[in-house]
Design a protein around this ligand. Structure first.
Ligand code: SF4
Length: 377
């Protein structure tokens, strides 16, 4: 089983925290779609006959392009790959772009999961991070999506934002719970190089919230969603039973995926590929069949680091069988030796299936734990 990701690199405006590749110039939508259709054709053997179980439209803002263009991309997947009967097709949408006609068309072309970039119910916070929608638009968008019959809806939230008080955050969580949706992705703000919010921080125009405040916001998130039967199945993801994102879960299960479009990443089990992060270069290179990506084969140590990184992000954790089946004794011993101090201090536990799992409260500091388990040379 494998997944296909389409990157749609257009945004109406740029949010100040975002470092995903996108452009606000929409003139090249037709050329991009043509190039992505061609890339699917060029790379139809990349997944070596794996059955496709997920298609994901991310960005950028896929809801900015017409459902007709999304349909063309879905159709080309059907034409070139074997498809699982329970195919999950997700599209990321901005609340501002949603109307009932568009949602009905998504339904008609087979999109069965909608991921809404809601981020916050606080209008001051939304304006601070330069989102183009407000809380009222989010409520309206969810209502339209539900009225169209969607029963697999996810929303994205952000916390850890300067000036976001615990009270404001609780209010956003409570309003999100009232939506009665099935999935939530909640990310702590990170100050990425090159973003506007990072330059504001460097110029001391804004301050980061303290570690204690960040941790309190994370804890509140875990506590509230647990109370409403959401399973915290990955560091930033919560779902009702059977509503985990199949697409993202496949990344964490080390499955293969094909990324189409500028800046999209692919993985075939042995190597990674990164498409060029430029719309113009991508289109030109695809049209003239020139190289448009970088490619790297993973050595054993890199494969081990990948497995540690993806498995310890989830509540399933690392199975000792995966470690034994995939890696030699030296690598197994490296893990067993380095994990000891975390077993001793209780930050990692062995669950009843024998899997190594970082405890929920320590997921918040999991970057440090995970990198400490890596093989670095
Ligand atoms: S967060 Fe989404 S909408 Fe905002 S700039 Fe990034 S890709 Fe565009």
């Amino acid at each position: 089983m494998a997944g296909i990701y389409f990157h749609i690199p257009f945004c109406k405006t740029r949010c100040n925290y975002c470092d995903f590749y996108s452009t606000t110039d929409k003139n090249k939508v037709p050329e991009l779609i043509k190039a992505e259709l061609k890339e699917v054709d060029l790379r139809k053997n990349y997944l070596s006959n794996e059955v496709i179980e997920t298609i994901y439209f991310g960005g950028g803002t896929p809801s900015l392009i017409s459902p007709g263009n999304i349909e063309k991309l879905i159709n080309t997947v059907y034409k070139n790959f074997k498809i699982d009967a329970n195919l999950e097709i997700t599209i990321e949408v901005n609340p501002d772009d949603i109307n009932s006609n568009k949602i009905k068309l998504y339904n008609k072309i087979g999109v069965n999961r909608i991921s809404v970039g809601l981020q916050s119910f606080n209008n001051e916070i939304l304006s601070f991070i330069n989102r183009r929608h407000d809380a009222a638009k989010s409520l309206k968008a969810i209502e339209i999506i539900k009225n169209a019959g969607y029963k697999n809806i996810s929303v994205d939230l952000i916390y850890g934002i300067p000036n976001l008080s615990i009270k404001d955050w609780e209010s956003t969580i409570d309003k999100t719970l009232e939506l009665k949706i099935q999935h939530i992705s909640a990310y702590h703000l990170s100050f990425e190089k090159g973003t506007k919010i990072n330059s504001q921080l460097l110029k001391k125009e804004i301050n980061q919230i303290s570690d204690d405040e960040s941790f309190a916001q994370y804890n509140l998130l875990c506590k509230k969603f647990k109370k409403y039967n959401f399973e915290h199945y990955e560091i930033s993801n919560f779902s009702l039973k059977n509503f985990e994102s199949k697409h993202n879960s496949a990344y964490w299960q080390n499955k293969k995926y094909l990324g189409i479009g500028p800046s999209a990443h692919s993985y075939d089990g042995n190597s990674r590929q990164w498409n060029v992060k430029s719309l113009n270069k991508y289109i030109e290179s695809i049209n003239s069949e020139k190289k448009y990506f970088l490619h790297e084969f993973l050595n054993e140590n890199q494969k081990y680091n990948e497995l540690i990184l993806i498995s310890l992000r989830t509540n399933k954790g690392l199975t000792i069988n995966d470690l034994k089946m995939c890696f030699n004794k030296n690598i197994q011993n490296h893990f067993l030796k380095s994990v000891n101090k975390y077993l001793d201090n209780g930050k990692i536990k062995i669950n009843n299936k024998g899997n190594y799992v970082i405890t929920e409260k320590d997921w918040f500091i999991s970057d440090g734990i995970i990198s400490d388990l890596f093989i670095t040379n």
